[in-house]
Ligand binder design. Sequence first.
Ligand code: GN1
Ligand code: MG
Length: 368
Amino acid sequence: MLTPEIKTAFESFGVDSEIVSVGQITAGLINATYLIETENKEKYILQKINTFVFKNPAELMENIVGVTKYLAENISKNGGDPRRETLNFVKNTNGKYFYLDAEGGAWRMYIYVDDAFTYNKAESGATLKSAGESFGRFMKLLAGYPAETLHETIVNFHNTPSRYQDFLKAVEADVKGRKAEVEAEIKFVTDREADTRKLTDLLAKGEIPLRVTHNDTKLNNVLFDKATNKSICVIDLDTIMPGLAGYDFGDSIRSGANAANEDEADLSKVFVNLEFFENYVDGYLSQTADSLNDAEIENLAFSAKLMTFECGMRFLTDYLNGDVYFRTTYPEHNIVRARNQFKLIEDMESNMDKMQAIVMKYKEKYSK
Ligand code: GN1
Ligand code: MG
């Protein structure tokens, strides 16, 4: 599917080889992603950045290029392979790391990490453990990064109280007349309003710190090696910003410890897989137990519930707004996703004591 706009965008990066094939990767819900193979066998990922979601591609790419260069240096110092363990972006012939097309579309390109794959749904606990290690290591590697130089690519991205206000506005506006059919889901959200403030209150009181976080840690944002089945690196770096450890931990659990895909419509298949949860906690705390404070660790299990709540509420908000944010492939897609997340929350609520005990077990194991 080589369109003229893909060809022009690719050529603007000055690669000295012709395109032989283009495939679209549809796992992500925001940007348009293409795998480009060239005559000289090099493969690239070319992405059209969603500028409805990311208003300032220049600042976004400044964050990403800064962070990936920093990671590459540290990976090399530690004897790793920066061509596999982080993304490597290609400079455009305009001297920047992105290209603006005639319609104002913003494009960027990085070298494809070959012999790798992603999971939309985990198949074994080992996958979760490996993903937990990767996201834990990512946070640890970025502990020394100058956080004040990072731009806020989406303002209030994980500010759950502010997301709750957006939800209330969508209910009030009801632009698509869908409110009447989702009264039960609306009540599910308003019943849990008090939860929305818990982490932001702890931050305001200084009990948990801001860190450099990834903020979009769903399982399919980790690359796994085809040969070893181990995680190689984390991708989808658009939302790297100062954030809370719980955001990254929680969003991974929301996606990776769900026994089903996030858009599974059969809710009997949706529940928290406690074995997967334990494996992720093990991998994550093996890397981070020493750097996180007690309040951060004590709120990890709650963060899993909060991130599931926030995401479900965002799906419901988007459904009410007429599906303007997340990529959907059928009209009920967003409400199916919201119901799925709400079912997962109910299951987490009944298992919260067990989840908390698991976190405390690994805190004990890995704290020095
Ligand atoms: C989006 O880009 P992607 O598909 O990895 C979204 C996340 C949601 C996720 C739900 C920038 O992630 O916040 O949790 O969909 N990213 C953005 O699947 O909004
Ligand atoms: Mg993604």
